[in-house]
Design a protein around this ligand. Structure first.
Ligand code: SF4
Length: 297
């Protein structure tokens, strides 16, 4: 029996990153064979020709729902409030220590007033809204930022994420990208990173997988494993710290490879009906889902 690699030292965190890179690359090689190879000299387009695996997909419980064609992503106030809220808490962190600490509402207003440096997709969507729509985004962003700060505290050591910069890792030579989402980071690669992800979902068993996937993507991209991922739930005020272990990363790596297999070969995906059928984009064509949701007699 081989012992687990510890994340308590920098060498251990590096060794774990090497091991996970090897594990994912070998598994994808076996799984995909000649499918989804990057053409030499051609810039890979992961969205159009390959696929992107994110935490939503890894924690999806029904394989068919995961692998079925996704309805086009559309921005919404719920999705946008985090991005604007993050820009605002970064603004607040910049103003900390000055003689006039800023209010959250003032930071959001400041961010909304100058979208010059926003990610283009965010700017275009907010620009397309009328005044009432923009006011709704601002109000939601204030609530998001207030609750995030209430949960985490105004700690100068916490580095809030730039919303357009997500941890990503491209599987070498394949049209497959892993993409995670981190809200804040404490510490650095040398001392061991502690990642924070905020979740609107009710805390539950999926948190461990979400944390593991986030840690995996960061591990592969930074070539160092983080030491901890904390899942915070602003809605309930709960913070769940999840230590990053070899066991956790292997769980996430195996699930990620499974997801890659389903996305590459969607016809192999079975169904797992559940309460999640009610918001599935495939419900109209899915007998199992409709049966699941039919009122019992
Ligand atoms: S309706 Fe339910 S069972 Fe059918 S694909 Fe969607 S989530 Fe799966």
């Amino acid at each position: 029996m081989t012992s687990e690699i510890e994340t308590s030292t920098r060498e251990g965190r590096q060794a774990l990153a090497r091991k996970m890179t090897e594990r994912v690359c070998d598994s994808v090689e076996q799984l995909l064979g000649e499918q989804y190879r990057v053409e030499p000299g051609v810039r890979p387009n992961y969205f159009a020709e390959g696929f992107v695996v994110d935490a939503f997909r890894v924690t999806e419980r029904c394989p068919r729902k995961l692998a079925g064609p996704q309805s086009d992503y559309r921005d919404s106030v719920a999705m946008t409030r985090r991005r604007v809220g993050l820009l605002a808490v970064r603004e607040l962190a910049n103003s900390a220590g000055t003689s006039q600490p800023m209010l959250v509402s003032a930071a959001v207003q400041q961010v909304m007033a100058d979208p010059t440096n926003w990610p283009a997709s965010l700017r275009d969507w907010v620009d397309s809204l009328d005044r009432a729509g923009q006011a709704a985004v601002a109000a939601a962003a204030i609530t998001w930022a207030e609750s995030a700060l209430r949960l985490v505290g105004r700690d100068a050591r916490v580095k809030w994420a730039e919303p357009s910069q997500k941890p990503k890792w491209n599987v070498p030579g394949r049209l497959v990208q892993l993409s995670a989402s981190v809200d804040a980071v404490l510490g650095g690669v040398a001392t061991g990173e502690k990642l924070l992800i905020l979740s609107d979902a009710v805390p539950g068993p999926g948190d461990r997988l979400r944390a593991g996937f986030t840690a995996l993507v960061r591990t592969l991209g930074a070539k160092h494993a983080p030491v901890r991922v904390t899942v915070g739930s602003p809605a309930t005020g709960l913070m769940q710290p999840i230590p990053v272990t070899q066991d956790l990363l292997e769980l996430a790596a195996d699930r990620t490879v499974e997801m890659i297999g389903l996305l590459a070969n969607p016809e192999s995906a079975g169904t797992v009906p559940g309460r999640w059928c009610s918001y599935c984009h495939l419900l109209d064509q899915c007998d199992e889902g409709r049966t699941q949701l039919a009122p019992s007699t």
